[in-house]
Ligand binder design. Structure first.
Ligand code: ATP
Length: 239
């Protein structure tokens, strides 16, 4: 038994007739964070959906915790995979506390005690002033913080984060950055992060994978990636 939390081998994925991923390989170790980078439409979200077996038809092999990630998304989630989609999906009429409580119940598992409110407030201090507000009264950044808090409550062993910083104010990005950087050490979580914010990636991830039109075009450590101007200019939306 190795310590692989997630492996993808030659994974293709399609939306109906439209193929979106071509032969993706990936290996995420226990406690590691890998960032998926690439322009809009490169296939980052589709890779996360393929892991959850959601919305896409896929071929190739995907294993979580050493056995195939098969069946519906909720069955995969119950095995300890948390997913934070890019549309956040906070219940607007419920307070933040109620949103979190629901998640705690939904993610309940025999082998993992849920993360407590206190622990979540410690790792995401912004939650302290949001806890009694309704979902509909939150800014985009606050909703993103709640979506992450909600996923953490179920104490997933593998967390899939889809573009957590998209459209957010810098002060919230800083707080999320600190929280995401702390999750592996604090809870032993492993993270697959789709993200376009390079600073966030450099402060949270150990390795970087770059996708371009559904293909893996680069893989390296964050240090190697930081030193590679060519890859950044060629495949990312920044100059
Ligand atoms: P973004 O940052 O825009 O979300 P991404 O890297 O996450 O980009 P994907 O959303 O994975 O990219 O998209 C990969 C390809 O799949 C794109 O060509 C996109 O148009 C297509 N695609 C994504 N979702 C669907 C869908 N629900 N139905 C059909 N095609 C889709």
């Amino acid at each position: 038994m190795n310590d692989s939390v997630l492996t993808l081998q030659r994974v293709d994925a399609s939306y109906g007739p439209a193929q979106a991923l071509f032969g993706i390989d990936l290996d995420l170790a226990q406690g590691e964070t890998i960032a998926l980078l690439g322009r809009n439409g490169a296939g980052k979200t589709t890779t996360l959906r393929a892991v959850m077996n959601l919305m896409v038809r896929r071929t190739g092999r995907i294993d979580v915790f050493g056995s195939p990630a098969k069946g519906p998304a909720d069955a995969i989630a119950r095995r300890g995979v948390g997913w934070v989609p890019d549309d956040r999906r906070i219940f607007p009429t419920l307070t933040v506390r109620e949103n979190l409580r629901l998640a705690q119940r939904a993610g309940r598992s025999k082998d993992r005690a849920p993360v407590s409110f206190d622990e979540v407030l410690e790792i995401l201090p912004i939650m302290k002033r949001l806890i009694d507000r309704r979902g509909s009264a939150l800014s985009g950044g606050e909703q993103q913080a709640v979506a992450i808090a909600r996923a953490i409550m179920a104490r997933p062993r593998l967390l899939l984060l889809d573009e957590p910083t998209e459209g957010l104010a810098p002060v919230i990005v800083d707080e999320l950055e600190q929280a995401v950087a702390d999750l592996p050490g604090r809870f032993g979580m492993s993270i697959l992060l789709a993200e376009q914010n390079l600073r966030f990636v450099q402060r949270t991830a150990r390795r970087v994978i770059v996708l371009e039109t559904g293909r893996l075009v680069y893989s390296g450590t964050v240090e190697e990636f930081a030193a590679n101007d060519d890859v950044r200019e060629r495949y990312l939306a920044i100059g």
